[in-house]
Design a protein. Structure first.
Length: 734
């Protein structure tokens, strides 16, 4: 039964839901605790989205729905920092640290303590809170003024929009200090495929840990205005995943997590920032009338205000303890979610910090000890040129094996021809390999004094190392390509491997060796041939027996029911990853409409830019590609959306239509779909479209600019008013 909510009731409900969801988000993102199932969480969120839609003026500034972003910032405003954002003096030597210690003693005597923290390799941020609300998030800039990136920062879930967070339930185990290390997120996680669920929440199931600090209870008096500073970062895990996805779709790879985080923060569309899953460690609190006297105390209390503080910090009584801390973290730092390039050493007491003061550039009460990047010399033996699925060539250096930070390094990527040129390396050279704050080793230079006479410059290959076709280099791109798409073996193999992977056709029992055998024996030439494979052909392959042959045939047959979006991704169109495939499938519904779409129509689709549109147009221009699609259609693959069938699991074919018996009125203008398209979707899902609002109506699908009278009528009748987003959510398959 739907009844009409009064404004007062709606306000209370919105308040309650906001606090509850923020609390669960905080628990999850700061403490890795999931107190609620994904399903229940999504239900709460849905209720809030719906209420905020009905009562937009009641939406709170700290609403968790803000986390999805959507704000477009054309130009970032410049904002002056209240306190300048200084940088830190750096040292690589213990001697200089001892000098620092002596300078401090000279100024404030021997009665002081240090706090040591990790030096996170990210982007510094200043977060300003007024009356408990996050008002401004500003980059460091030149230290005096920075860019206002508030809309983007609001999408980062570990940054509270409201501080302190409201706490609807009491803490589980109110002890002080000692926070559990955040779980590696996404492990055993149903939504950990790199895509972000509506609010970027990826639950790791079942983890229960006690949290430190009484939430609410024992929280120091939070000043009405304060500023925290910290480091925004992209975790190595998220970065690697992002690069894997980019590699998969033939995009150039991102250089490192720090630059990626920094670039992400300057994006104009905050909803893309939301998907990038940035994170933030807070390392300082400033403001007038602060409730604490020491840095230690603020690090203990900040988590209770809702901030994420790395639990790696430690109080040290003297410089020897500091040196021990530095040693301890030298190798341990590689286990952290973010690159750690050093240690920050701070005087604990705020008053002593004040006495020590600062130079124009850096404070005298802190110093950074930087770890030398682990480096080794070794010999460059040869260079392999790998050919990827899209024909992209990647040069990889083969090195004389050398131990670096505890692991043996034999190979290092050279990325592209420019990098080889830049390094100026030659075969047989003694080169330097480094492992910095991140885990992947890189070649940083060459020892010219050891170069053997008569060794020539490396000439970049001109022909494909496998099929011999002359390579091409597209304008404005650094990568060389083998254009022999249809006959170059590693490209064919790569396409088949891409086609069968889990996110694509999900065909079990078909590993790289089997694909190799099938290609060698001429049993397949492309992905469509898979659907013609016979048991008799498979049983003769190496390592195949009756059961494995039958399983593979079954796996291939079962893949025919894979959803359109996964099939679209499986085709391996350049720049079409799974997320783009989902957007295209939802927009065009079937492959024919997509194939016929012009460049202009394609770039009209949200999130489809120039590069993707061009790539699609090029793909569908190819006769060979169209023939392949026709063949796949013939085998029964699903080249159209069938949202009423939950085919993903292979179960529920013929399952009840999602909107069966439900009635809709569509009104207004919509962002992603035309009204005709929405009608079609409702019908496809078993719903009915009506033309006028009545008491019997189930849903009013309301777009922009809909008439106020209609809206009022629906409200008076207590009709469910839903947005385009809500609707898409409703018809999303489970
Ligand atoms: S304290 C007065 N603590 O390192 C500067 N900085 O050059 C106080 N950083 O811009 C900074 N981890 O972005 C501090 N635990 C940490 C840090 C840290 C990383 C960065 C910060 C700053 C730079 C200093």
């Amino acid at each position: 039964m739907h009844y009409l909510m009064t404004k007062e009731e709606a306000k209370n409900k919105i308040e309650h839901l906001t606090e509850k969801i923020n609390h669960y988000n905080h628990q999850y993102y700061q403490h890795s605790i999931s107190d609620i199932s994904d399903y229940e969480f999504d239900q709460l969120l849905k209720q809030l989205i719906k209420l905020e839609h009905e009562f937009p003026y009641l939406k709170r500034q700290d609403s968790p729905t803000l986390r999805v972003g959507g704000t477009i910032t054309k130009e970032f405003d410049t904002i002056k920092h209240k306190y300048p954002m200084l940088s830190l003096d750096n040292t690589y030597s213990e001697e200089e640290l001892k000098d620092f210690d002596n300078r401090v003693k000279k100024n404030i005597g021997n009665d002081f303590e240090y706090v040591c923290e990790l030096k996170f390799d990210g982007v510094a941020i200043s977060l300003n809170y007024e009356k408990g609300m996050l008002t401004k998030a500003v980059t460091r800039g030149d230290g005096i003024q920075g860019d206002d990136i508030t809309a983007n920062v609001k999408t980062i879930i570990s940054i509270p929009l409201k501080s302190p967070p409201l706490t609807p339930s009491p803490p589980k185990s109110p002890q002080r200090g000692d926070f559990p290390t955040p779980l590696p997120k996404g492990k055993g996680d149903s939504k950990s495929d790199g895509k972000v669920p509506p609010l970027g929440r990826t639950m790791s199931s079942g983890h229960r840990a006690s949290i430190a600090g009484g939430r609410g209870a024992g929280r120091g008096a939070v000043p009405s205005s304060f500023e925290v500073r910290g480091e925004l970062f992209m975790s190595t895990k998220v970065f690697n995943k992002l690069n894997e996805e980019r590699e998969e779709i033939g995009e150039t790879l991102l250089a490192n997590p720090r630059n990626t985080a920094s670039g992400t923060l300057k994006m104009q569309d905050s909803s893309i920032v939301a998907k990038r899953k940035l994170d933030c460690f807070i390392y300082s609190l400033s403001g007038e009338n602060l409730p604490y006297k020491t840095h230690e105390k603020s690090l203990e209390e900040l988590p209770k205000w809702g901030f994420k503080v790395s639990d790696a910090w430690q109080k040290c009584k003297n410089i020897n303890e500091v040196l021990e801390y530095i040693k301890k973290w030298e190798t341990k730092r590689f286990d952290q979610p973010v690159g750690i390039d050093g240690i920050v050493i701070k005087i604990n007491n705020f008053e002593q910090q004040r006495i020590l003061g600062a130079t124009a550039k850096s404070p005298r009460w802190a110093i950074a000890y930087k770890y030398k990047a682990e480096s080794a010399n070794t010999k460059l033996l040869s260079i392999d040129f790998q050919v990827g699925r899209t024909g992209a060539i990647t040069p990889v250096a083969n090195l004389q094996p050398v131990t670096l930070a505890g692991t043996v390094v034999k190979r290092a990527s050279l990325h592209n021809a420019n990098e080889i040129e830049r390094l100026g390396i030659r075969i047989s050279d003694t080169i330097y390999v480094e492992k910095g704050g991140e885990i992947i080793p890189k070649i940083t230079g060459v020892d010219l004094s050891k170069r053997l006479p008569g060794i020539k410059k490396i000439e970049y290959i001109k022909k494909c190392p496998v099929c011999g076709t002359p390579l091409k280099r597209k304008e404005e791109e650094v990568i060389h390509y083998c254009p022999n798409e249809s006959a170059c073996p590693p490209q064919i193999k790569g396409r088949i491997e891409h086609f069968i992977q889990r996110k694509a056709m999900n065909i079990d029992g078909l590993g790289p060796e089997t694909i190799e055998q099938l290609l060698e024996k001429d049993l397949i030439k492309d992905v469509a041939d898979l659907y013609e494979l016979k048991y008799e052909q498979l049983i003769n392959l190496e390592r195949f027996a009756e059961k494995s042959a039958l399983n593979l045939i079954e796996g291939i047959q079962n893949s025919k029911i894979v959803d359109f979006e996964n099939l679209l991704f499986a085709l391996g169109i350049r720049f079409v990853g799974i997320t783009v495939a989902e957007i295209l499938a939802a927009h065009f519904n079937n492959i024919d409409a997509l194939a016929q779409a012009s460049y202009e129509q394609l770039i009209e689709v949200p999130e489809i830019g120039d590069k993707i549109a061009q790539s699609l147009v090029e793909y569908f221009k190819s006769k060979k590609k169209l023939q392949l699609i026709e063949r796949l259609k013939k085998y029964g693959l699903k080249f159209a959306l069938t949202p009423n069938l939950s085919a993903k699991s292979g179960e529920g074919v013929g399952a009840p239509l999602l909107l069966k018996g439900k009635t809709f009125v569509i009104s207004g203008v919509f962002e992603s779909f035309s009204r005709e398209e929405l009608k079609e979707k409702i019908k496809n899902n078993g719903g009915k479209v009506l033309s006028s609002i009545s008491a019997k109506l189930d849903y009013l699908l309301a777009g922009n600019k809909m008439g106020p009278a209609k809206l009022q009528k629906a409200k008076n009748l207590g009709t469910n008013i839903i947005s385009e987003k809500d609707f898409l959510y409703m018809i999303k398959k489970g």
